[in-house]
Design a protein around this ligand. Structure first.
Ligand code: PLP
Length: 355
């Protein structure tokens, strides 16, 4: 069998949820499990995060799957309803949709659900992605409060720079000052905000990334945050080449040997979800030792430096990311974020649940 596999630790996920709760300043915790639980599998997330106060997903289908799996906690729909045809199922499944646009208010008035819904009313406080204008909060809250189809409101916003020096206050202050007259519960924090800004936690927090053991901050490691990597991507050396000075390796011959050296060929490529843009020097662990990739990643293989590793050969283990090689480091080297790498784990990679 091709030796690549992903190991997913439900224990690490459960641990990371406890870390989130410890930071949440008393807020209840929605485990964000969109995108197949950031590549970790919805069913695994359901089991690992059984102690969460709620789950957050994008689609009705994901929410219905969670209900089929026996989830009884609140389930939040992060982008709310995509049409009036979803209102009935939303009520039947007891889901909590986000209302982020006036069109969604129109739909709920036109097709009132049989059972009134708990809703999140989302205001734009500066990110300018989803959310209704903060300046209109007065009329909007009054309108939604009057709806027969709405049982309760939580105010919501989302931060654009919680992981950066700019922080959250430039958005949080106007959001809270503007809406405090309504005396409603609120939700604002993603992983980065929850870890750095306890005053941004409100009634409900919405951590995603941190639950999977990756750091939302470019300058703070997973370990420093007390998180455990939930996913490892591992494979083995399936070929060894000896290069003479000046010889190149792989497509485009992007890497050339400056001295004679051994190169390991690893059974992992971009069709497995490893980033093709990872350049020479991207960190990797070979037989437990820190090493680096060489040259261009191909569809099914990549090359690693075996300098100083004379005992490594066919069958030696390679960690592409996991406990030894933080996924954040691989992401930074490849010019992306760990979110993208975790979500992109390819369906062809067999997954094994580990301790
Ligand atoms: C994805 C998402 C989150 C989780 O963000 P992380 O950075 O992964 O913690 C929180 N809130 C909303 C609205 C989201 O879409």
């Amino acid at each position: 069998m091709r030796p690549i596999k992903a190991g997913i630790s439900l224990g690490a996920m459960a641990h990371n949820l406890r870390v989130a709760r410890a930071h949440a300043n008393g807020a209840r915790v929605f485990a964000v499990v969109k995108a197949n639980a950031y590549g970790h599998g919805l069913s695994r997330a359901r089991r690992a995060f059984a102690a969460a106060d709620g789950f957050a997903v994008l689609t009705l289908e994901e929410a219905a799957n969670l209900r089929l799996m026996g989830v009884e906690q609140p389930i939040m729909l992060l982008e709310g309803l995509f049409g009036t045809d979803e209102i009935t199922a939303c009520a039947e499944l007891g889901l909590w949709p986000v209302l982020h646009h006036a069109a969604q208010l129109d739909w709920l008035e036109r097709v009132p659900p049989a059972r009134p819904l708990q809703v999140f009313l989302k205001f734009d406080s500066g990110m300018h992605r989803l959310g209704m204008p903060l300046a209109e909060h007065g009329v909007i809250v009054a309108r939604v409060r009057a709806m027969a189809g709405v049982a309760g409101i939580t105010l919501m916003t989302h931060f654009a720079q919680a992981d950066e020096a700019a922080g959250v206050d430039w958005q949080l202050r106007p959001f809270l000052d503007g809406t405090k007259t309504h005396a409603l519960p609120w939700s604002a924090a993603n992983s980065a905000a929850l870890l750095r800004f306890p005053h941004a936690c409100g009634a409900w927090v919405r951590p995603g990334l941190m639950l999977y053991g990756a750091s939302p901050f470019a300058d703070t490691s997973t370990r420093a945050l007390g998180l455990k990597a939930a996913m490892s991507l591992t494979s083995e050396i399936i070929g060894v080449q000896t290069l003479r000075t000046g010889e190149g390796v792989g497509y485009g011959q992007l890497f050339r040997a400056e001295r004679p050296m051994r190169v390991g060929i690893v059974a992992c490529g971009y069709a497995d979800g490893y980033p093709r843009h990872a350049p020479t020097g991207t960190p990797v662990a070979v037989d437990g030792c820190a090493s680096r990739t060489l040259g261009r990643v191909s569809m099914d293989m990549l090359c690693v430096d075996l300098t100083g590793l004379p005992n490594v050969g066919i069958g030696s283990p390679v960690e592409l990311w996991g406990a030894q090689v933080p996924v954040d480091k691989v992401a930074i080297a490849a010019g992306t974020v760990s979110y993208e790498l975790l979500c992109a784990l390819a369906p062809r990679v067999p997954v094994e649940e580990v301790e």
